[in-house]
Ligand binder design. Structure first.
Ligand SMILES: Nc1nc2c(c(=O)[nH]1)N[C@H]1C(S)=C(S)[C@@H](COP(=O)(O)OP(=O)(O)OC[C@H]3O[C@@H](n4cnc5c(=O)[nH]c(N)nc54)[C@H](O)[C@@H]3O)O[C@H]1N2
Ligand SMILES: Nc1nc2c(c(=O)[nH]1)N[C@H]1C(S)=C(S)[C@@H](COP(=O)(O)OP(=O)(O)OC[C@H]3O[C@@H](n4cnc5c(=O)[nH]c(N)nc54)[C@H](O)[C@@H]3O)O[C@H]1N2
Ligand code: SF4
Ligand SMILES: [Mo]
Length: 718
């Protein structure tokens, strides 16, 4: 290596695997030359993916925001950082003074969840004091939070799959061969390790409407009707109770009235009726129930395929119930909870309080946030608390969320839209302010909030590899500066702004940047308080620090043995209601549309990158050969897919991976990327399939939209 080059060890921050990277940097040119897997990082290098290895393409994105911009008429003009802070603060202040704090909403997307920048984003929102907070969680994990709150009394309880001890895995609605188990509890390199277990005799059952990569690897694939996971899981529970396959000791620890309610529910079940809903034969349900219940280490893992339905909460609940009554929960080979380096379960439940029901729909909040499905109504409906301004940070809900057309119309009517992002995408089309941010390769941070969501507690200090463009400031700094300029108390605490100002002044005067209130200080203090590892030891370990032995039963310890309220009335009633609803699909829209992830995308970003375009240019509509024949559709034909609320056109991919009567269209595609600096035409690849998903149809318990089982019709375009 040339000596002006150096290697920076850091971690990828696209997904929870946090793979270790060795980034070769040309220091003088401040450029990433090459990204390789860090083979000295114990966990991740065997399973690293192309997204991490090509992350520099985002850093060097030709349309990247390189300085703050302000909308003037139809154009954007460059402004200084200071002008942006003052301008944003005064626009927000004006809205707040005229209409109150609820008139300002915030949406926080996925990518900001890795470091502690997010604390400062929330700090600004707390300062404003708005109840209109939205986040991407309402698109994926809210129903697990609802279940955790009801059963355990804590909202944020990530479970890690203990793949190394697992003898029987029932994987429902997940495709970890592609997604890397990256959902509310991950296992770095987990699918490869699980396949290792399989070679030693473990059984893998994948329940998925599509024969995915994970399904191909499995011992058994059960092609389920989308949106009926609750019925499949209820079937498993029924067999377990009827055949006395439960773990007597585990059940004895549960409140008797709850167990009686559960048994009451399963007593009434007709397995054949469930099977006609799910399309999975009774014999298969019985076989899986027996194998899973009798296995030493086992888990029933439900992921986004289950949660992104209007019955997602029921599905998440029943899978948790199954693990608990079979005695697999928080035991070797099952799903376990880890208090991690910093106990985020404790922290989140203290800091994110529930905030009543929403103004228009009367929907409850989850983890202090409203469902993004409600945002258009909250913007469009006049009255006190109507949303008139939005801070949109690290998200693209017009494409990632349902019915982007409705949201787009609403966003156009805002008095002030502040977009904080790397690039101007679809959701930022109507932005009044475009605020640039550093990419994670340009940020040093400690992703400690993920360390207790990994099956092997592991923490690595993520070093900055290159410097951000000169006009790009950290987003925590922007949020703090806006709060100071607006005169709203950061974190909603009076006096905190003075503490920030004083700490900044002292840091400068004493030449000790470490004492200013920054994410780094927060990370250091958190680790000092929890005493699980020293900040210094972590910072100095270039390839990360593994944290002790895996321990089981930590959740019971943390909850001090409080009983698990396994069968809450509200969930039991919702299940009974679901059972009473007749199955069926309707004539006008005879297909169900499901989705799934693309290996090379991260939700709705990355489509336009050269390395992605080299591999995958757009999304397709996957349809079974028999269905295609009946509709006169050949592979590659253009088709129109319609739902009750919209239509999209794309090309067909005829494939027997998908069941008859179902089409699969991956999400994340179809987000325009604008070029605000020079007004060049937007670029776009693929289509946004979420335009077909109704934002008014949600899981009533969690506010999650029905992203995975929308009724559609398909026709060939002449
Ligand atoms: N490559 C890549 N990896 C990612 C991401 C990414 O965008 N790209 N995103 C990350 C994020 S944010 C998350 S939350 C995780 C999610 O991780 P996963 O939940 O594993 O996500 P998917 O790979 O989409 O798998 C969902 C599966 O559910 C199936 N499915 C659809 N509808 C139904 C249904 O009704 N019932 C059942 N049983 N199955 C159904 C789909 O066919 C698909 O195979 O992945 C993370 N990892
Ligand atoms: N049909 C369907 N829809 C889905 C899903 C599905 O499975 N099926 N999955 C859902 C899931 S699981 C999720 S989590 C949501 C995601 O929903 P969102 O988080 O709203 O959307 P993303 O597509 O992840 O967009 C992230 C945005 O953050 C920007 N960004 C990247 N890094 C940074 C950063 O460091 N700071 C800032 N400020 N911005 C940054 C990117 O440029 C991009 O514009 O999508 C959901 N949508
Ligand atoms: S996106 Fe790929 S490289 Fe990055 S953490 Fe996830 S699996 Fe690892
Ligand atoms: Mo997600």
């Amino acid at each position: 290596m040339h000596d002006k080059n150096r290697v920076v060890y850091t971690t990828c921050r696209y997904c929870e695997s946090c793979c270790g990277l060795a980034v070769e940097v040309d220091v003088e040119a401040n450029r990433v030359l090459r990204i390789k897997a860090d083979k000295e990082n114990p966990g991740s290098w065997r399973d690293i993916c192309n997204k991490g290895l090509t992350a520099n393409e985002v850093v060097e994105h030709p349309r990247r925001l390189r300085w703050p911009m302000k909308r003037v008429g139809e154009r954007y003009v460059r402004v200084s950082y200071e002008e942006a802070v003052e301008g944003v603060a005064s626009d927000l202040r004006r809205v707040m003074d005229a209409h109150g704090p609820d008139a300002i909403a915030s949406y926080i997307g996925n990518p900001i969840g890795f470091g502690s920048d997010v604390v400062f984003s929330l700090g600004l929102i707390d300062g404003i004091g708005t109840r209109n907070r939205y986040s991407a969680s309402s698109l994926d994990q809210n129903n697990q939070h609802v279940v955790s709150e009801a059963l355990f009394g804590y909202t944020f309880v990530p479970f890690c799959p203990d793949v190394d001890g697992c003898d029987y895995l029932v994987l429902v609605g997940g495709n970890p061969a592609i997604s890397r188990f990256g959902w509310l509890g991950s296992a770095t390199d987990g699918w490869r390790r699980m396949l290792g277990r399989q070679k030693e005799g473990a059984t893998i059952v994948v329940v998925d409407p599509r024969r995915t990569r994970s399904a191909e690897d499995a011992d058994r694939h059960l092609a389920i009707e989308p949106g009926t996971d609750w019925a499949f899981l209820l079937g498993l529970l029924t067999v377990i109770f009827r055949e006395d396959l439960e773990d007597a000791e585990a059940v004895a620890e549960l409140p008797a009235d709850h167990v009686a309610r559960l048994r009451g529910l399963t007593n009434a079940v007709d397995l054949h009726a469930l099977s006609s809903r799910t399309g999975i034969p009774v014999a298969a349900v019985e076989e899986v129930a027996r194998g899973y219940a009798k296995a030493q280490g086992a888990m029933c893992l439900t992921m986004t395929g289950v949660s992104q339905n209007d019955t997602g909460t029921l599905g998440q609940w029943l899978s948790t119930v199954l693990d608990i009554v079979t005695g697999h929960f928080d035991r070797p080979g099952g799903r376990r909870w880890d208090s991690g380096f910093v106990n985020m379960t404790d922290f989140a439940s203290r800091s994110l309080s529930e905030d009543g029901v929403s103004r228009v729909r009367g929907q409850r909040t989850v983890m202090g946030c409203r469902s993004v499905c409600e945002l258009p109504d909250e913007i469009d409906t006049p009255g006190e608390g109507q949303v008139r301004a939005l801070i949109l940070q690290a998200g693209n809900p017009v494409v990632a969320g349902p019915n982007g057309a409705a949201l787009d119309r609403s966003l156009a009517s805002l008095e002030c839209l502040v977009a904080i992002d790397l690039v101007q995408r679809e959701s930022h089309r109507h932005a009044h302010w475009l605020i640039p941010v550093p990419h994670w390769l340009e940020r040093s941070e400690l992703p400690f909030n993920l360390a207790n969501a990994q099956d092997q507690s592991f923490l690595q200090y993520a070093n900055r590899a290159v410097e951000p463009p000169s006009d790009v400031r950290p987003e925590w700094e922007f949020c703090t500066d806006v709060a100071l300029a607006m005169g709203v108390p950061m974190l909603g605490r009076r006096g905190f702004n003075t503490a920030i100002r004083t700490s900044r002044w002292l840091a400068k005067a004493l030449g000790r940047p470490g004492i200013a209130i920054t994410p780094a200080l927060l990370e250091r203090v958190s680790l000092t308080v929890t005493k699980r590892a020293s900040y210094k030891s972590i910072k100095e370990a270039p390839h990360g620090v593994a944290h002790g032995e895996k321990r089981f039963g930590q959740l019971a310890e943390f909850r001090k043995g409080a009983p698990i309220l396994i069968a809450p009335q509200e969930l039991c009633r919702a299940l009974e209601q679901k059972l009473a609803e007749p199955p069926g699909r309707g004539e006008a829209f005879p297909f169900l549309m499901t989705g799934g992830r693309s290996l090379h995308l991260m939700n709705s970003w990355l489509t336009e990158l050269p390395n992605v375009q080299k591999r995958e240019q757009e999304n397709h509509c996957e349809i079974h050969p028999d269905d295609a024949n009946a509709l006169g559709i050949a592979n590659g034909d253009r088709v129109r897919v319609r739902s009750e609320i919209g239509a999209i056109e794309l090309s067909a991919e005829v494939s027997d991976r998908i069941r008859r009567g179902i089409v699969c269209i991956p999400h994340g595609w179809g987000s325009r990327v604008f070029s605000p600096a020079n007004g060049a035409d937007p670029i776009v690849h693929g289509v946004n399939r979420n335009l077909l998903v109704d934002h008014r149809v949600v899981d009533p318990l969690s506010g999650t939209p029905k992203l995975n089982s929308t009724r559609v019709a398909v026709e060939r375009i002449a």
